[in-house]
Write a protein that binds this ligand. Structure first.
Ligand code: PA5
Ligand code: NI
Length: 189
């Protein structure tokens, strides 16, 4: 039996209390996702464990709805901003909502047939992610990017496709501003 409860979500730190699960992805975990893999290796060798993002969840297996936060560090690998792995949902009929609470970034989305969209992430913007659009968040600012996500518990994460072929666009720093560029390594299948 499930009971109602108020869950505290700190919009600055991203802390969720009580939480059911959490994990951190470090630079070393993200090998293969950034364009400049030599730079990533060098950063791992010289800086050790660099946390890129943390995910804190409030999920109940018996409930259709889940939510939680993603807390993204500022940083870059070469000129490419820190980002999440990016994924489709296993269930193609499950969308998601990202509500940004602090920091600034871009949400990069891609449909199955290759349409690309970018939605700004900043406090007050609630990003609607339609079903079957791959999504990746990118911290383009100097501070932490913290957003709260709301998703169907059974949506599932499908990472393989994006990990293997990349996304069609990437976001790089051009003269101090984020620039959405074509991904030169994108492998059409
Ligand atoms: O379900 C989501 O879309 C988020 O909770 C993401 O999982 C989170 O932001 C981390 O990104 P990714 O799962 O692509 O590594
Ligand atoms: Ni998702």
């Amino acid at each position: 039996m499930l009971f109602p409860e108020g869950v505290s979500v700190d919009g600055r730190t991203g802390e969720v209390s009580p939480a059911t699960d959490r994990y951190t992805k470090t630079l070393a975990d993200l090998r293969g996702f950034f364009r400049d893999s030599a730079k990533l290796d060098e950063m791992v060798a010289t800086q050790g464990e660099v946390p890129v993002y943390e995910v804190i969840g409030y999920r109940k297996a018996e409930s259709d709805l889940s939510f939680g936060t993603t807390i993204m560090s500022p940083g870059k690998v070469g000129d490419e901003y820190f980002m999440t792995r990016g994924h489709f949902h296993v269930r193609r009929d499950r969308g998601e909502v990202y509500y940004t609470q602090s920091g600034e970034g871009l949400l990069l989305l891609e449909s199955r047939d290759g349409d690309t969209r970018v939605v700004e992430m900043k406090p007050g913007i609630c990003a609607f992610i339609p079903p079957d659009w791959a999504h990746r968040s990118i911290n383009t600012g100097p501070e932490k990017l913290v957003f709260t996500w709301f998703c169907a518990t059974d949506a599932g994460h499908e990472y393989g496709e994006i990990q293997e072929r990349g996304m069609r666009k990437l976001v790089v720093d051009r003269g101090g501003e984020p620039f959405v560029a074509a991904n030169p390594n994108f492998a059409e299948r």
